[in-house]
Design a binder for this molecule. Structure first.
Ligand SMILES: *Cc1c(COP(=O)(O)O)cnc(C)c1O
Length: 499
């Protein structure tokens, strides 16, 4: 990759003395506040912020944002992520000053509206999931899992069953499940999948003993399948005294159709930022409410919102609570969007969301099954997995196809995940896409299949139309360049090395 001198120079836009905002002189300057700060704490040199005019700043960020692919600009079939269209009315609701300008420490009587939203969302989630109570504190799905593990340990400790140190996790579960259990100090035991992509019941039985604290089940699993033996799984684990954790990040195909609470699960987390319409990706914000059955309610984080005759009140949790898992009451903006989403769709609307999500995925799977290998047998839920193994002879990998799709204006599906499928391409169309979009994607995939045979080198070097082509994603994770100044320096070094 050659970097022109122009490129190097054009990135640095700072000009000495240029300003976007001029602050008025401080009316406290008479008081000489600097004199009250110890000399050793005062900055001796300039902080070195870039100096730019307002138009420079606006153009810089708008131009950067236009290089992005987003749900508002492109079809985004990123499996396991539910990148659905998020109705703008939810944004409007979350932006209302009467919510957005509230301080989290405001007294109850002045925050009744927000507290009502929290309480009503809890009621809605209870009805949707079949659980008895929720905490809205966790800020993400993985944070919900960690909260779940804390609840599991608190529950077993209260029964003096501290010997329960194992958490069972099927190999088709989401990667955060074993990570959360291990982070919390549990010994993670992987349960194998059978040839149909579901939990291998014999393998499960062989690991069931009195050391099992919990089984974490991602359902639908990462192959897009509903676990066939789910009632048998919950029965067997309960029989040995273990708890059941439901990873409900992908609740999109279940709304109004099936409830984890009815299947025997004790704990569930739900990703509001996937199923309940908050734009996400790139690290947040999110919300991963955790729901529990009655026997785990005493351990929930607090404070909890409670509806009384005098209005809504914050209630301290009991002595067995695991304590707070987040400052204040959760990511309220995300909670507000979820609430608006529930209210605008209603019961019937929610069920239609799931039906359309399932229909769209099965439609695409059927249309693509003759060109690509589908990793599973039979119908899928809201997403499906293709294997590109048969294209191995051309030296083309799933990631290359993801890159080529960018040239056609599609965000890449999830690639090389789940790990149980080699050369996996995981596609989740979601319910918000029209059939024309699905067809355009299907046609493009078929075209790419032909391109692989005709010109594999072209696929391996895609994308060919975007300003950023193949960044080294390993290096980006291990040695991230976090400052734009570093980036200028790296670019210069790189250009010199190439020259
Ligand atoms: C996205 C996802 C998670 C993790 O959620 P985060 O909010 O990204 O932490 C967990 N499980 C499944 C099945 C998911 O799809």
């Amino acid at each position: 990759m050659l970097i022109s001198l122009d490129d190097r120079l054009s990135f640095e836009k700072s000009k000495r003395g240029r300003r976007a905002v001029r602050l008025p002189a401080s009316r406290f300057s008479e008081a000489k506040p600097l004199e009250t700060i110890p000399q050793c704490l005062l900055r001796q040199t300039s902080i070195g912020f870039p100096e730019l005019s307002e138009p420079d700043i606006v153009r810089h960020f708008i131009n950067l944002s236009r290089k992005n692919f987003s749900v508002d600009t492109h079809f985004y079939p990123l499996g396991s992520c539910t990148m659905k269209y998020n109705p703008k009315i939810n944004e409007w609701a979350a932006r209302q000053a009467k919510f957005a300008a509230l301080h989290p420490l405001q007294v109850e009587s002045t925050a009744q509206g927000t507290m009502e939203v929290l309480s009503e969302l809890e009621e809605g989630l209870k009805e949707i999931s079949g659980m008895d109570a929720f905490t809205l504190q966790p800020a993400a799905g993985a944070h919900g899992e960690l909260t779940g593990m804390m609840l599991v340990r608190a529950y077993h400790a209260s029964r003096r069953e501290t010997h329960r140190t194992k958490v069972l996790v099927p190999d088709s579960s989401h990667g955060t499940n074993p990570a959360s259990a291990a982070l919390f100090g549990y010994h993670v035991v992987e349960i194998k999948s059978n040839s149909l992509g579901c939990v291998d019941m014999e393998d499960l039985k062989s690991h069931l003993d009195e050391h099992v604290a919990c089984l974490m089940l991602t359902n639908p699993n990462t192959l897009g399948l509903f676990e066939k033996n789910i009632l048998e799984i919950t029965r067997l684990v309960h029989e040995k005294g273990g708890l059941l954790y439901y990873d409900g990040a992908n609740l999109n195909p279940l709304l109004g159709i099936a409830r984890p609470g009815d299947m025997g699960f004790d704990i569930i987390h739900i990703n509001l930022h996937k199923t309940f319409s908050t734009p996400h990706g790139g690290g947040g914000p999110g919300a991963g409410p955790v729901g529990v059955k009655k026997h785990l309610m005493p351990f929930l984080p607090g404070p909890l919102v409670s509806k009384t005759k005098e209005g809504y009140r914050w209630v301290s949790p009991g002595p067995r609570s695991i304590g707070r898992v987040k400052l204040f009451h959760g990511n309220i903006g995300v909670i507000l969007r979820a609430y608006a989403y529930l209210k605008t769709l209603g019961k019937e609307g929610l069920r239609k969301v799931s039906e359309a999500a399932i229909l769209n995925a099965n439609y695409m799977k059927e249309k693509l099954k003759d060109t690509f290998t589908v990793a599973t047998v039979g119908p899928c839920m809201h997403e499906f997995v293709l294997s590109l193994k048969s294209f191995g002879a051309y030296g083309v990998h799933a990631g290359d196809v993801g890159k080529r799709l960018l040239d056609f204006g599609f965000h890449a599906p999830t690639v090389h995940f789940p790990l149980v499928v080699s050369e996996a391409l995981m596609i989740e169309p979601t319910e918000t896409e029209a059939i024309e979009t699905l067809d355009r994607f299907i046609d493009t995939m078929k075209l790419i299949a032909k391109e692989i045979v005709a010109d594999p080198e072209m696929i391996k070097t895609a994308p060919h139309t975007l300003p950023v082509r193949r960044p080294d994603d390993v290096l980006a994770a291990r040695k991230p360049i976090l400052s734009y100044r570093d980036q200028v320096r790296e670019k210069v070094l790189l250009a010199e090395a190439v020259a």
